[in-house]
Design a protein around this ligand. Structure first.
Ligand code: KG4
Ligand code: ZN
Length: 495
């Protein structure tokens, strides 16, 4: 009969002590010490037995308040070496440590024992230290080894995501691919009189909004902070000061609740919301992300490992262009919805405004890049010229023609990106996706080109914390390691 493993009980004490003395001689624990360890609430002891005979044992210690565990001892009877018993004992203890939410396991091993060291290395332990004269009385050194374990490699981790890259303070909570909460507090009103997002105002507003937004998100999700398995936060791209508020809060939270933290790329997260609606992102996909802060085309071959930035705006973001043109036309902030509304009564063909970076000469360097500054100037000049001639400007026509120019370039480049790369699907994201004309044109042209179009619900298109949580949950479920606590913010973080 082969050996089996089970939890050790007090009844095993005598057999364990016998093996302990054979294995460790002078350096053995005393029977009372062994008994205390065996019975302690913070330890897990296993025995390997064969035909009722104890042939090995091992112990793990994990204190509830600590995130690390220690392998306290392990021994296999000489006659039963090389049967894989040590490996099985270790694997079960690692599993146990993981169940107890340990993020790392430590052990010490005699320097003069290469065989166990090799086993530990195979199990993923790394040498981190050496202690001189550790084992007495023979004065052999100890090698200290550590195994980092992903505690959150759970099937459905509960992740709290924090987004503060622009003017939305977003806190989202997901369980795996299920959306539990998505709360957004926007400082948009505070920027209205400036006609655009003021970074300092945004940063301060995040600071003021975070606590209440967090509480509301927990309440909506019906959970407490203790139920969170991991914290996720945008660390770029975005406004540096605004990002810093979110990252600082996320780190403090992660430390306070003793949970891992994941730094997340804002743009890739926009794509990750799709899994909240469909469970899985179909790849490859092109993503067109348009908001007040960014205008980017991504080629996503794999959400976690292979995202390529095909192009982006070289000046204003599309939403920014809407906001600036709204000012020119005397409309209020944010300009996008206003222009969208007014344009409904206008003629999109009334004025032929320029389509930035679409000329043959642009194709080499700017195939998938965008530029809206020329368009902005053209609109402003058109209005000025008409006014100087005393002509009545049709705001509706200008708005419709401007909107048409933006939408035309966005959709044309996105579809080209799909076709050039043989990608049969396109996903949209960002606040500008609310634009009715953009939706209509994208739908019509995608259908024509045989491209599947995905438009997430608007609350997941605009900047939000759920997308940040969603991307982190994907990382966790794929077994990816958390971020080190010293990560910074990067206003131009690449995908
Ligand atoms: O993603 P988002 O909520 O966050 C920021 O980037 O801050 O996007 C906001 C942007 C603003 O520039 C706004 O004018 C624009 O999205 N936007 C629109 C529409 N609704 C919002 N642009 C065009 N048409 C719309 N209907
Ligand atoms: Zn965004």
């Amino acid at each position: 009969m082969s050996h089996q493993l089970r939890l050790a009980t007090e009844a095993d004490l005598a057999a364990i002590m016998e093996l302990e003395n054979v294995s460790f001689g002078n350096d053995s624990w005393s029977r009372p010490t062994m008994r205390a360890e065996l019975m302690a609430p913070h330890t897990t002891y296993l025995v390997a037995h064969q035909d009722e005979k104890i042939v090995g044992y091992a112990g793990l210690s994990k204190v509830a308040s600590s995130s690390s565990a220690d392998i306290q001892t392990i021994s296999v009877r000489d006659s039963h070496r090389r049967a894989g018993i040590g490996r099985e004992l270790m694997q079960m203890l690692i599993e146990q440590a993981s169940k107890l939410s340990a993020t790392e396991i430590y052990l010490e091993v005699r320097e003069d024992k290469p065989a166990p060291r090799k086993l530990y290395e195979q199990l993923g332990f790394e040498r981190i230290d050496r202690r001189e004269n550790y084992y007495q009385p023979d004065g052999v050194a100890a090698i200290v080894m550590r195994l980092a374990i992903s505690t959150t490699a759970k099937s459905e981790p509960v992740v709290l995501g924090i987004e503060t890259s622009c003017d939305e303070t977003g806190i989202g909570i997901v369980r795996g691919t299920t959306l539990l909460a998505n709360v957004i507090s926007s400082s948009m009103d505070q920027h209205a009189r400036f006609g655009g997002v003021v970074p300092e105002i945004a940063a301060r507003a995040h600071l003021e909004a975070l606590e209440a937004t967090l509480q509301k998100a927990l309440q909506d999700a019906g959970i407490t902070i203790k139920d969170i398995d991991a914290v996720a936060v945008t660390n770029g791209p975005g406004l540096a000061g605004a990002l810093m508020v979110g990252v600082g809060a996320a780190k403090a939270l992660a430390v306070a609740i003793d949970k891992p933290i994941y730094a997340v790329n804002h743009l890739v997260a926009h794509v990750a919301v799709d899994v909240l609606e469909r469970g899985k992102l179909e790849t490859p996909t092109v993503a067109l992300l348009v908001s007040g802060g960014h205008t980017s085309l991504l080629l996503v071959r794999d959400l976690l490992n292979d995202v390529e930035l095909l192009g982006e705006t070289i000046d204003d973001a599309a939403g920014e262009a809407f906001d600036k043109i709204a000012r020119v036309l005397g409309l209020s902030y944010p300009g996008g919805p206003e222009i969208d509304k007014v344009a409904k009564n206008g003629d999109a063909k009334a004025i032929r405004f320029p389509r930035g970076l679409t000329l043959p000469k642009d194709q080499e360097k700017h195939l998938y890049n965008f530029s809206f500054s020329g368009l902005k100037t053209a609109v402003a000049r058109h209005v000025e010229l008409a006014e100087s001639k005393g002509e009545q400007v049709s705001i509706a026509d200008v708005a419709a023609s401007f909107r048409e120019a933006v939408v035309d370039v966005l959709v044309t480049k996105a579809i080209n990106a799909c076709q050039d790369n043989g990608v049969p699907r396109l996903i949209l994201g960002g606040g500008v996706i609310a634009n009715s004309r953009l939706r209509d044109v994208a739908e019509a042209r995608c259908q024509e080109a045989g491209i599947e179009l995905r438009i997430p619900v608007l609350s997941l298109c605009t900047d939000n914390g759920a997308m940040i949580a969603s991307l982190a949950a994907q990382k966790i479920m794929a077994g990816m390691e958390p971020s080190k606590l010293d990560f910074g913010v990067y206003s131009t973080l690449p995908v």
